[in-house]
Ligand binder design. Structure first.
Ligand code: NI
Length: 194
């Protein structure tokens, strides 16, 4: 009974502390809820044809970027920067896995994706799948994706441009924003593999 009373008191103190931090902006409950829910189940394939699920990401810190091979600027710029960071990380680069998930699975077949991603750095793993399965993944990671029609049958895809940094247990660690300085990005990657 004494133990139970102590438990109740501890719970009340923790609750009050969390609500106070939320109230005074030290910590946001809403943000915490969003962060906790980044990531989720998916069923996709790597460019070598092997299946990949949420569980396969676990075991090593990883970074995920969502984009597409026909992207005019954001994706090639980001992948070029990623290839530079991986080189700068030296042996530490082996401690994390970098994934490029396509947001355009209709055009980005595993062959197309393999050639594209490989041109930046062979360590970046391209991931594709059926449109339905890709949508499941982008929804799980809360990535903004919107197909925008262009002339004729052409289209482009607007998409969120942040790199997601994920811990080895699959939980969300942070992001690298598009255009963030190289020093800052490299530091975040080093912290991720610490
Ligand atoms: Ni892009």
């Amino acid at each position: 009974m004494k133990k139970f009373r102590l438990f109740i008191w501890v719970t009340i103190v923790v609750l009050v502390a969390v609500l106070a931090m939320d109230r005074f902006g030290v910590f946001s409950l809403k943000e915490a809820a969003v962060v906790a829910s980044i990531g989720g189940p998916f069923n996709l394939i790597r460019t070598d044809g092997s299946p990949i699920t949420q569980d396969d990401l676990k075991g090593k810190p990883h970074a995920i970027f969502f984009g597409f091979t026909n992207c005019p600027e954001v994706c090639p710029t980001t992948l070029f920067e990623v290839s530079g960071w991986l080189k700068q990380m030296g042996d530490d680069a082996d401690k994390l896995v970098f994934y490029f998930f396509t947001v355009d699975p209709e055009r980005d077949t595993k062959e197309v994706l393999s050639e594209y991603v490989g041109a930046f750095d062979p360590r970046i793993i391209g991931v594709t799948g059926t449109p339905e399965n890709m949508t499941q993944a982008t929804t799980a990671y809360r990535v903004y994706v919107r197909k925008v029609p262009e002339e004729g049958d052409e289209y482009t895809v607007d998409h969120g441009a942040s790199i997601y940094l994920m811990k080895a247990d699959g939980s969300f660690s942070g992001t690298i924003a598009y255009g963030e300085s190289g020093d800052s990005a490299l530091q975040k990657l080093k912290n991720l593999v610490k």
